[in-house]
Design a protein around this ligand. Sequence first.
Ligand code: NDP
Length: 485
Amino acid sequence: MTHPAQPKASHFINGEYVEDTAGTPIPVIYAATGEQIATVYAATPAIVEQALSTAKAAQKEWAKMTGTERGRILRRAADIMRERNHELSVLETYDTGKPLQETLVADATSGADALEYFGGLAASLTGEHIPLGEDWVYTKREALGLCVGIGAWNYPTQIACWKGAPALACGNSMVFKPSETTPLCALKVAEILIEAGAPAGIYNVVQGMGEVGASLVTDPRVDKVSLTGSVPTGKKVYAAAAEGMKHVTMELGGKSPLIIFDDADIDNAVGGAINGNFYSSGQVCSNGTRVFVQKGIKEKFLARLAERTGNAILGDPMDEATSFGPMVTENQMNIVLGYIEKGKAEGARLICGGARADMDGYYIQPTVFADVTDEMTIAREEIFGPVMSVLDFDTEEEVVARANDTEFGLSAGVFTKDFTRAHRVIGNLEAGSCFINSYNDAPVEAPFGGVKASGVGRENSKEAIKHFSQVKSVYVRMGDVEAAF
Ligand code: NDP
């Protein structure tokens, strides 16, 4: 019998599902059991061509609609997503393995927020009037054209919407390629946009591995590429986009610091560290995986952290009581287990976890290492799994320097009751998305993105509009033209 997660076809182009079984089969594995629940086929060159030519042709008419009309469609799509939240959350859980307890509140709901927010902004995208005596200049905020979105596997619905919503609000069309690991959810986003009244062809989804992504990025018809992925992939995609002088947004990896001063509320700080390391089993780019704890509260912090981490409920992700799910794939599980072994071998002190959980599926116990030093591999490389490194520090000056000593710069957080210090420390940290007495909140109203190797550009908020549109400036002369001859 066909599994309910099996989509009607692999791709969504020009308003309908499209299949081409000549592409490489991509098995979709449910991480909680290891069973294959669906199959899609990587896009062949013919499918890529169909998606790009359709999106290119559809964009002009879409951009001619008023912002109010475009916005209404996006807001209708947000409403449909909210109505179907349960069904979409179950699919997200099948796609990623994340527990339903999370997906019910963080995926389709976050996608709907983006559609609603950018739907609301669409009508207010205007230019300026710049008086120059009798003459004047006016500016117009115009669409870029055809945008390509490429997603990572941790938030397949959210990423499809965080890229699609601002792109469409500005009058662009999009071809979106999900990660081969999680191909299911973006198809639903495309389907819902059509149901909400979007013209066929403005939001298309094609499946495939890196090669399909690369063929989209290098196509001369594409004006902009927005990638969520790792730093190595980001470097390749950025270089390929530069070749064609295309606009880019790069949402890449991190190794973010979470700094806890000894005057912090311990339980809130522990809660922040748990949210910033174990949500989605640690598969979150902005995670605060280097937890710097001031020496005075170190042992108290570790004791409370171990106690609360022991309350994690590992189990069937479809059971709403489950609060901690598996790794997305067997491969990702093995990568993370490899880092845990390195942590042990390099002398970090294991506080809890540290092994695969004794159950079916790709579960790793939530793991905390203490006495981690700056040189250890687990303190330098992005692990993308439930492995928290706790490091000690003495002074503010020291911790800021150590926190910044990384190629990454996605996020940073600080816990303290001293607000002057909180703002000063955040001011000195090299990171794009920061938190005071909190961690990992990502409302659509706030800009999201990194500095240094963690990325270029910003998603969400009004900032995203700047990255999906461009300004045309028009000089208007009211009098005669003077010329030298
Ligand atoms: P990857 O970098 O492996 O892949 C990202 C996407 O790029 C996938 O769809 C992948 O396809 C595609 N891709 C790979 N090579 C190319 C290429 N040469 N040209 C075009 N596209 C290509 O990342 P993961 O999927 O493993 O995701 C984890 C990473 O994503 C982590 O580093 C994480 O920090 C980062 N991330 C960043 C976020 C942010 O907003 N800053 C949010 C979430 C994750 P395929 O995998 O199918 O081969």
